[in-house]
Write a protein that binds this ligand. Structure first.
Ligand SMILES: [Cu+2]
Length: 275
């Protein structure tokens, strides 16, 4: 059994950062900059959490020289004397551990959160209205497949296409209000093969109490739908009636929920099964 963990993971990361990143504008609020002070041989704040795309400025207030050195090589300030600054813009979500190269006991981290995609995206739904040819406020199959044709012909950009796929699967009204995600922070999704025919869906973030995974065939038929407490769900690659799914491409979507019942729908992703 082969499971294309790597290519799926890559697709997932690209698709998510693309969709989520491009959706930043409707949600844009605070300035995308933040500051960390280096003083008394410490980084303050020691943990800083920022949204994707934020530029952080570090300022050395000590007489002693320090560096801002990523543990993984993602960034490196070089030696900063008193009053000197270093800036870095975070274009991917995740936790970035860093330290001072001169004083290795000075350690801190940056947590970069992807802004969650809501479904349908607020502010973006009206632009999807043009695909609703029969004006019933739904994306009917025929309208969806016209959009797929448009996407293949490059008349529709990827972002719009992903929104349409999301909308089509959710069967929600095109003009529906967006979901709110207060106190719920979704960072990313990871797939792993936990046994020969079991795939684990794991979500990362803060305040996630429950999750739901839905898997669809490319014909739009739902073949798996399960919810549970926690941030991991397993799928044994079978359909509702227990038969093992055939090799091929499937779509999945994940919804995460916080303790107050608030939820975030994560954009549809592809999964490839090859045995
Ligand atoms: Cu130092």
């Amino acid at each position: 059994m082969k499971f294309m963990t790597r290519s799926c993971a890559i697709f997932l990361v690209t698709a998510l950062s693309f969709v989520v990143g491009s959706l930043d504008s409707p949600f844009a609020s605070a300035a995308d900059s933040a500051a960390v002070t280096i003083q008394n041989f410490a980084f303050t704040p020691n943990t800083i959490t920022v949204p994707l795309g934020t530029t952080i400025t570090w300022t050395n207030e000590d007489a002693a020289s320090h560096t801002v050195t990523s543990d993984t090589g993602a960034f490196e300030s070089g030696t900063l004397g008193k009053g000197e600054t270093f800036q870095f813009t975070f274009h991917s979500a995740g936790t970035f551990m860093y330290h001072c190269h001169i004083h290795p006991s000075m350690m801190a981290k940056v947590v970069v959160t992807a802004k969650p995609m809501t479904s349908p995206p607020s502010g973006g739904s009206s632009s999807l209205k043009r695909f609703d040819k029969n004006n019933n406020n739904k994306l009917d199959d025929i309208e969806f497949f016209a959009a797929v044709d448009g996407w293949i012909a490059a008349q529709i950009d990827d972002l719009t296409f992903f929104k349409l796929v999301d909308l089509w699967i959710s069967q929600g009204p095109i003009t529906a209000a967006s979901l709110h995600a207060d106190f719920l922070q979704f960072d990313d999704t990871a797939l792993a093969l936990s046994s020969s025919e079991t795939i684990s869906f794991t979500v990362h973030g803060q305040g996630i109490e429950r999750m739901r995974v839905q898997i669809f065939g490319l014909n739009g038929k739902i073949i798996f739908d399960e919810s549970g407490a926690g941030s991991e769900l397993k799928w044994n690659e079978t359909t509702f009636n227990g038969t093992l799914v055939a090799n091929g491409v499937y779509l999945y979507r994940i919804r995460v929920e916080g303790d107050a019942g608030q939820g975030v729908e994560i954009a549809v992703q592809k999964i490839i099964i090859l045995r």
